[in-house]
Write a protein that binds this ligand. Structure first.
Ligand code: MF3
Ligand code: CO
Length: 252
């Protein structure tokens, strides 16, 4: 069953959870300097959760051991924040979430460690994934279909010469981090293409690669990497589809 239409009160609580996620992003972005450990970033994000009176929806999810995913370079998704040391020019994707009063927020961003000038190729890929996310969000409206997001994301990514990861998709969000409907990024796709209705909340999350978007999961059961070793970037917001159009919930 698709995630139910949210009431204004419920959306307001999701907005509070979304603000905490945005604060986690700000703190992690600041901490992600050359020489920092990925595990340091998890500590920073935990601090924000604690100070905000929020809990993590990542920690313990299918046994996941951290409050964020830190995915450098050819890691596509679900990088476990371990003792890896960040280097200048690394492309780092960070994904995290927060729960307030049982309502979820989920968002991701990508950055170049040490600043865009340290890796122009990575910066361009990040620019493209951010544009794809913006286009995907803009495509959400009452009476549309989730496939409108896939069309918009794929057009932007392909237009910049990038490939779109097929297997990992956006999702409904609310009382659970992952609700129906799936929100695909790659167009065309197999599977359901349900209507978008006012009151729905979804996480839009394009993941794109500079090379081929074929991916594999490492033996740790989490880390997903590109098969060709090419760079990957991820950007995500949780979004409420209001009568007047999409409203991003995961902003400061
Ligand atoms: N938040 C991710 C998503 O964007 C899922 C994270 S799974 C976890 O849907 F296990 F790493 F928490
Ligand atoms: Co998500």
């Amino acid at each position: 069953m698709p995630g139910k239409r949210k009431t204004p009160e419920q959306v307001a609580t999701m907005r509070r959870a979304g603000r905490v996620v945005a604060l986690m992003h700000e703190a992690v972005r600041e901490a992600a300097v050359p020489g920092a450990l990925l595990s340091d970033l998890d500590v920073v994000a935990r601090d924000v959760l604690e100070r905000s009176g929020a809990t993590s929806n990542f920690l313990g999810y299918h046994g996941y051991p951290a409050v964020l995913c830190a995915s450098p370079n050819d890691t596509v998704l679900h990088g476990v924040p371990n003792g890896t040391r960040l280097q200048e020019g690394d492309l780092l994707s960070v994904d995290c979430g927060a729960v307030i009063d049982g309502w979820h927020g989920d968002a991701a961003f990508s950055m170049v460690v040490g600043g865009d000038a340290a890796n122009p190729e990575a910066a361009a890929l990040i620019h493209t994934v951010e544009a794809a996310l913006a286009a995907g969000i803009a495509a959400l409206h009452h009476g549309g279909r989730v496939g409108d997001v896939a069309k918009a994301v794929t057009r932007v990514a392909r237009g910049a010469g990038c490939d779109v990861v097929k297997h990992y998709v956006g999702h409904g969000i609310g009382r659970q981090m992952h609700e129906l409907p799936d929100v695909p990024n790659l167009w065309p796709f197999d599977g359901p293409n349900p209507r978008v209705r006012a009151g729905m909340c979804v996480a839009v999350e394009p993941i794109i690669t500079a090379g081929r978007a074929r991916v594999a999961t490492e033996v740790d059961g989490w880390t997903v990497k590109t098969l060709d070793g090419s760079l990957s970037a991820h950007a995500e917001h949780s979004v409420h589809i209001s009568e007047d159009g999409p409203v991003i919930l995961t902003l400061p």
